[in-house]
Design a binder for this molecule. Structure first.
Ligand code: MG
Length: 256
């Protein structure tokens, strides 16, 4: 059997002189697609029977046809396009892309542990929040939910829920990602900026990226994390709090 798309254009048979010889009945014209699926024994038999001097068939169905085996046609999805010529690569760029932005702020609190980007930073200061207050993951989740058109984390994980007290944000991120996958989203990339006057975040960047990439089942190169101080200005500069922003790109409409 093969997948095939029914012809939507009128099909002309054109002679070597460039003039139309016939107009074919498009009701019975299909564009052969892949995959093409055959019983291995029959396919081997058809290859063996193909004369070596004969021109190569343009698809395997032709081999089966010319050996008298019936080949069934199943209607394909019109989005199932074959990539044959270089210009077909442009088809790859017609994705349904969705962008989202997230922003979060948490107040510094010395007697709490500091979690950022999914990892523990022993220097602190910690951040105050109902969960572990991982400001980077919160911005990331809000960006993901924004891209998916699914509201925000306040709605998903209300701070009135006692079950979420001190919960690690990595667990919340796992839940968001599981849900987005089930809805047919594919994660493409994220860019996160953390604003903190202290501690120095550079030594932790790779560990944060690896942690988030593992949860989102993607490569570390798809998670960019930047850190900046605010030159001593504002609540971040006074070490009263930390903030984070994130942008995320998702692809919508992929198979769950
Ligand atoms: Mg938050």
């Amino acid at each position: 059997m093969i997948y095939a798309n029914r012809a939507v254009d009128t099909i002309k048979q054109v002679g070597p002189d460039g003039f139309i010889q016939a107009t074919l009945d498009r009701e019975h014209i299909f564009h052969a697609q892949t995959p093409q699926i055959f019983q291995a024994g029959l396919l081997k038999q058809a290859y063996a029977a193909h004369p070596q001097e004969a021109p190569a068939p343009t698809d395997e169905a032709r081999l089966l046809e010319s050996n008298g085996f019936p080949v069934a046609v199943f209607p394909s999805d019109s989005r199932n396009r074959k990539i044959t010529h270089r210009e077909d690569m442009n088809l790859l760029h017609t994705k349904n892309l969705r962008i989202g932005h997230g922003h979060d702020v948490h107040r510094c609190q010395k007697n709490r542990p500091l979690y950022l980007g999914g990892i523990h930073l022993p220097e602190g200061p910690g951040l105050l929040g109902h969960s572990d207050a991982d400001v980077a993951i919160h911005a990331l989740m809000d960006a993901m939910l924004g891209a998916a058109g699914l509201g925000d984390i306040g709605h998903w994980f209300p701070d009135s829920d006692p079950a979420l007290r001190d919960i690690r944000s990595t667990r919340l991120l796992e839940k968001v990602w599981t849900d987005l996958k089930a809805r047919g989203f594919r994660f493409l990339n994220a860019d996160i900026t953390i604003r903190a006057q202290a501690p120095k975040l550079a030594p932790y960047m790779e560990e944060m990226r690896a942690c988030l990439a593992a949860i989102l089942e993607t490569e570390s190169t798809n998670i960019n994390i930047k850190a900046t101080t605010t030159e001593g200005l504002g609540f971040v500069g006074r070490k009263e709090g930390m903030a984070a922003d994130a942008v995320v790109l998702l692809e919508m409409g992929v198979e769950p």
